[in-house]
Write a protein that binds this ligand. Structure first.
Ligand SMILES: Nc1ncnc2c1ncn2[C@@H]1O[C@H](COP(=O)(O)OP(=O)(O)O)[C@@H](O)[C@H]1O
Ligand SMILES: [Mg+2]
Length: 391
């Protein structure tokens, strides 16, 4: 929520100045005047880190919205000023004139102001000398809220709901799934949400859910992704009598997707049957990147080797028809039992012995170094699946 102008404390006046003007329009997301919402260089709530990645050359710039504190909306102009340095300038509104400015020069509209700085080559601030040259257009993966119509709730996410929706991309309508983020979510959760989108964006693989775009100009923030009509693997395993060969296929496809993530240096950290989805043709897709990280920014306890361990538990879930792993134990008890007593679950009756051997002999090795790679595991499983499939 944007605070009413009268609530604003003096020292915050700069930060809130932009939202002040437009509170009288009564829209919740009031900081963005219509001329800016339509501007190609306006990137909505794109986080600072992502903005900097878009700005490649000196003078590249974009306009974005930040919410340092919930309810306080600020517009920032991000500019690359050197090869290795970007700067971010808050947009100000002078309450006396009701005009916008960065340092001194004022204009009645934001787009006029930006245009003025660009054409006159006047730095945004004298101290920084930062000049703006090239507006960076937002890419097609930034989707407008207007083009998305939610149809049906599909599930409950940790930070918001997941819906089936219709997405209108230039006249052609497409069924998509949207994962939403509650407006009240903390800044940290919002950043994690954006990170999920940023990570997913990089991946293109038949066994990884495809990201189509994000809608981040308004609340709720949305991740727009490929719709998987057959829902989660966990629900499917519980509801249906799944044949042994199909279980092997799920195992193979999951290992394929995770091997791809390993190759892409992505640690998923939440591999489980509830986070695998099924396409219309029942192909398995690894999903839910809410916990994932590039392998250079993860704390030491997670690695590709912990994903391999979790893959073993996922295989156990598949062959046990979606049972709860480590039944009756809390997470802490489970961990203690595994570490202190060297406890391992028994693979369910009916597990292909070759698969059981991979899970217990490789994935659940105490020493992570002995866990092989997902690539090697996938190749082994695929070969076995192909021989079984021919029978
Ligand atoms: N692309 C999708 N297609 C169909 N259903 C989905 C899709 N994404 C999520 N869901 C449904 O929403 C649930 C929660 O999604 P998930 O990404 O796992 O959220 P969270 O990060 O909160 O765990 C899933 O278990 C599934 O039922
Ligand atoms: Mg999940």
């Amino acid at each position: 929520m944007v605070k009413k102008a009268g609530d604003t404390k003096k020292k915050d006046s700069q930060m809130n100045s932009v939202s002040k003007k437009v509170t009288d329009t009564k829209t919740e997301d009031a900081s963005v005047t219509d001329d800016i919402r339509g501007a190609e260089y306006y990137h909505g709530l794109v986080p600072r880190q992502d903005a900097e990645a878009i700005l490649k050359r000196e003078g590249d710039f974009l306009l974005r919205k930040t919410e340092q504190t919930p309810g306080k909306v600020v517009l920032a102009l991000s500019v690359r000023v050197q090869d290795d340095l970007c700067r971010h300038f808050m947009l100000n509104l002078d309450p006396a004139t009701n005009k916008f400015y960065f340092e001194t020069h004022q204009e009645a509209s934001i787009s006029d102001l930006i245009n003025w700085h660009m054409t006159t080559k006047t730095p945004l601030s004298t101290a920084s000398g930062a000049k703006i040259r090239r507006p960076m257009e937002r890419s097609a993966w930034l989707i407008n809220h207007d083009s998305i119509v939610a149809c049906k709730k599909l599930g409950e996410g940790a930070f918001g709901e997941v819906f089936l929706a219709e997405c209108d991309s230039g006249g052609s309508k497409q069924e998509v799934a949207i994962k939403t983020m509650r407006a009240q979510a903390s800044r940290e959760h919002r950043l994690r949400f954006m990170k999920e989108a940023r990570l997913m964006r990089k991946y293109q693989h038949k066994h990884v859910v495809k990201l189509l775009g994000v809608a981040i100009h308004e609340h709720p923030l949305m991740i727009v992704m490929e719709f998987c009509p057959n829902g989660s693997l966990l629900a499917h395993l519980k509801k249906n009598k799944v044949e042994k060969l199909e279980k092997l296929r799920f195992t193979t496809e999951a290992s394929d997707g995770i091997a791809y993530l390993e190759k892409s240096k992505c640690i998923h950290r939440d591999i489980a049957a509830r986070n695998c989805l099924l396409s219309a043709k029942s192909e398995l897709k690894i999903s839910d990147f809410g916990m994932s990280a590039d392998n250079d920014d993860v704390e030491k306890i997670y690695s590709h080797k912990t994903d391999i361990w979790s893959f073993g538990v996922l295989v156990w879930e598949i062959y046990s028809d979606g049972s709860e792993p480590y039944p009756g134990l809390t997470k802490i008890q489970t961990r203690a039992k595994i570490i202190v007593n060297d406890y391992r679950m028994k693979m369910p009756d009916g597990t292909h012995p070759q698969i059981a051997e991979i899970v217990t002999g490789t994935c659940w090795q105490k020493n992570p170094e002995k866990r092989s790679t997902m690539d090697a595991i996938h190749k082994k499983i695929r070969e076995f699946y192909q021989s079984e499939n021919k029978k």
